[in-house]
Design a protein around this ligand. Structure first.
Ligand SMILES: *[C@@H]1O[C@H](CO)[C@@H](O)[C@H](O)[C@H]1NC(C)=O
Ligand SMILES: *[C@@H]1O[C@H](CO)[C@@H](O)[C@H](O)[C@H]1NC(C)=O
Ligand SMILES: *[C@@H]1O[C@H](CO)[C@@H](O)[C@H](O)[C@H]1NC(C)=O
Length: 483
C-alpha cells in the first residue's frame, strides 16, 4: 500500500504537468498534444550529443520528439527539476536491442557538457577500433558536470586511447570512476586523489604505467580499488594503508615490487586482497594475520616473495574462504593451524619449497573442496581417508613431490591421487626384477611425461589442466554444509 502511494506521489508531478499542458493545448484548439516539458536547450543538447555518437543521419527530433516522455530513448533516463525534464542518465553502447550504438567515426560534442543535471554517464563497447578510429577522452569542460556527475564509466572500449585527463579532478561529487578494459595509457594522475567521495575506483585492464601515486590519504569512503591488469611498477604507496573502509583491493597482474605492505593490515573491513602476478618480495607481511575480515587472500605468482609459511598465525583469519599462495617461493612445513580455518574452500600451495609431512588434519576442514600442493618437496606418506580423495577428485593435486607417496593397500585404485607414487614401490623395487624397476623410474619422472596414467587431456590440452585450479577458484560454488 505504502509503495503504491509512493509511486503515485512520484508520478503525479509528471501527470499533472502533462495534464496542465494538454489542457492548454485543448483550450487553444490544437489537435496535437504538446507534452514535452523539457527546455529547448536541454533537448537540443541531448539530440546533438547522441548524434555525435551515432552519426549525422540520426535525427532525434524526428525519431524521439519527446525523449523524456512518450518517446523514450533506450539508455536515457530523466528526472523532473522545477517542473521540467532533465537528462540524468546517459548510457551509450549495446546493452539492449535498441540501445544507442556508436558509429566508427564518432565525436564527443560539447553539448554533452550542457546537460545540466547529468548524474551518470557510461560508455560500453563504444570506441571499438584502435587502429582506424582512435578516440581520446575529452580533457575540457568537465567542470560543467562537477556539480552533478556521480558516476563516470568507460568499459570495454579498445579504441579509447590516451591518458586519464587530470581535469577529472574537478568532479568532486564522483562516487564511481570506472575505466575498465580500454586502451588507456600513461600514468595515473595524482589529481585523482581529490575525488574524496569515491566509493569505487576501477582502472583495471588498460596499459597504465609508472608507480601507483600516493593519493589515498583522503579517500576515506572508498570501498573498491581495482588497478589490476596494467603495467604499474614500483613499490606500494603507504597511503593505501589509510583506505580503512575498503572492501576489495585488487592490484593483481602488474609489475609491482618491494614489500607487501604491513600497513594493509589497517584495512580492517577488507574481504578481498588480490596481489597475484607481481614481483613482490620480502616475505609474508606479519600484520596480515590481523586482517580478520579477509575472505580471499591471493598472493600467487610472486616468485620472489619468499618467507616461511609458519610466520603467520593463520588461525586468526577465521573468515578465509580462498587462500592462494602458489608460486611465491614459500618455505617451511605446512602448519596445522591451517586446519582451523573452518570456512576455507580453496587452499593453493603449489610450486613452492614446502617440506615435511602432510598433516591429515587438513582433511577435517569442512568446506574444503580444492587443495593444491603440487611442485613442492613434501615427504612421507599421505594419510587422508578414502572419503577425502573421493570428495576432492581432481581438485586434490600433489604431483611433483618426489618424496611423497600414498599407501597402497588402504586405498581403492580409483581414488589414487594423480601423479603420486605408491609407498610400497620402494620395497618392491629392492626385491624385484628389471621390469618393476623400470616402472619405478617411470613413476619418478615429472608428472607430465607419464602418458599412461590416464589423464590424456593433460597431454593433448595442457592449458585445460594448468588452468584448472584457477577455474575452480573462480567458481567456488559447492555447498558447504557447516557454517
Ligand atoms: C530532423 O527532421 C526535422 C523534421 O523532420 C527537420 O526539420 C530537421 O532539420 C532535421 N534535423 C536534422 C539535424 O537533420
Ligand atoms: C567496517 O564495517 C562495519 C560493518 O559494516 C562498519 O560499521 C564500519 O563503519 C566499517 N569501518 C569503516 C572504517 O568503514
Ligand atoms: C627435498 O627434501 C629431501 C629430504 O627431505 C632433501 O634431501 C632434498 O634435497 C630436498 N630437495 C630439494 C629440491 O629441496
Amino acid at each position: 500500500m505504502n509503495n503504491i502511494m509512493k509511486r503515485i506521489n512520484a508520478i503525479s508531478p509528471a501527470i499533472s504537468v502533462i495534464f496542465i499542458l494538454s489542457l492548454g493545448a485543448w483550450c487553444h484548439g490544437q489537435v496535437e498534444l504538446d507534452v514535452a516539458p523539457m527546455e529547448k536547450t536541454e533537448q537540443e543538447a541531448l539530440y546533438s550529443t547522441i548524434q555525435g555518437f551515432i552519426g549525422n543521419s540520426w535525427n532525434g527530433s524526428d525519431l524521439y520528439p519527446d525523449p523524456c516522455g512518450w518517446t523514450p530513448i533506450q539508455g536515457v533516463s530523466c528526472d523532473l527539476f522545477n517542473g521540467f525534464w532533465y537528462v540524468t542518465v546517459l548510457n551509450v553502447g549495446p546493452i539492449h536491442d535498441n540501445s544507442i550504438i556508436c558509429s566508427q567515426n564518432l565525436e564527443f560534442r560539447q553539448q554533452l557538457f550542457e546537460l545540466k543535471y547529468l548524474k551518470s554517464l557510461s560508455f560500453f563497447k563504444c570506441f571499438q577500433s584502435q587502429k582506424r578510429f582512435p578516440i581520446t577522452i575529452p580533457t575540457e569542460n568537465w567542470e560543467k558536470l562537477a556539480g552533478t556527475l556521480e558516476l563516470l564509466e568507460f568499459r570495454s572500449n579498445p579504441g579509447l586511447i590516451g591518458n586519464i585527463p587530470s581535469s577529472f579532478s574537478v568532479l568532486k561529487n564522483l562516487q564511481s570512476l570506472v575505466l575498465l578494459d580500454n586502451s588507456l595509457t600513461g600514468e595515473i594522475p595524482p589529481s585523482i586523489g581529490n575525488l574524496i567521495k569515491l566509493k569505487r575506483l576501477v582502472l583495471a585492464e588498460n596499459y597504465f604505467i609508472g608507480c601507483i601515486p600516493d593519493i589515498f590519504g583522503g579517500m576515506s569512503e572508498l570501498l573498491i580499488l581495482d588497478l589490476s591488469r596494467n603495467l604499474l611498477s614500483g613499490t606500494l604507496p603507504l597511503s593505501l594503508g589509510s583506505l580503512t573502509s575498503v572492501l576489495k583491493l585488487d592490484l593483481s597482474h602488474n609489475l609491482l615490487q618491494g614489500n607487501v605492505l604491513n600497513e594493509l593490515s589497517n584495512l580492517k573491513n577488507l574481504t578481498l586482497m588480490d596481489l597475484r602476478d607481481n614481483k613482490f618480495s620480502g616475505g609474508l607481511a606479519l600484520n596480515f594475520q590481523e586482517m580478520y575480515s579477509l575472505e580471499e587472500m591471493i598472493l600467487s605468482n610472486n616468485p620472489l616473495l619468499g618467507g616461511d609459511i609458519r610466520t603467520l598465525k593463520w588461525e586468526n583469519l577465521q573468515n578465509l574462504v580462498i587462500l592462494e599462495l602458489s608460486n611465491i617461493g614459500l618455505k617451511g612445513e605446512i602448519p596445522e593451524s591451517l586446519s582451523e580455518l573452518k570456512r576455507l574452500r580453496f587452499l593453493g600451495l603449489s610450486d613452492n619449497y614446502l617440506t615435511g609431512n602432510l598433516s591429515p588434519k587438513l582433511e577435517t576442514l569442512p568446506c574444503l573442496n580444492a587443495l593444491y600442493l603440487s611442485g613442492n618437496n613434501l615427504t612421507g606418506e599421505i594419510k587422508f581417508s578414502n572419503e577425502f580423495y573421493g570428495k576432492m577428485g581432481r581438485r586434490f593435486g600433489a604431483w611433483n613431490n618426489p618424496n611423497l607417496c600414498y599407501q597402497v593397500g588402504v586405498m581403492s585404485k580409483s581414488l589414487v591421487p594423480f601423479g603420486v607414487r605408491p609407498c610400497q614401490q620402494e620395497v618392491n623395487l629392492l626385491q624385484s626384477n628389471k621390469k618393476t624397476e623400470l616402472i619405478h623410474v617411470h613413476m619418478n619422472q615429472p608428472f607430465n611425461s607419464i602418458p599412461s596414467i590416464g589423464f590424456s587431456s593433460y597431454a593433448t590440452n595442457g592449458f585445460w589442466w594448468s588452468s584448472l585450479p584457477k577455474i575452480i577458484m573462480m567458481g567456488l560454488f559447492l555447498v558447504c554444509y557447516i557454517i
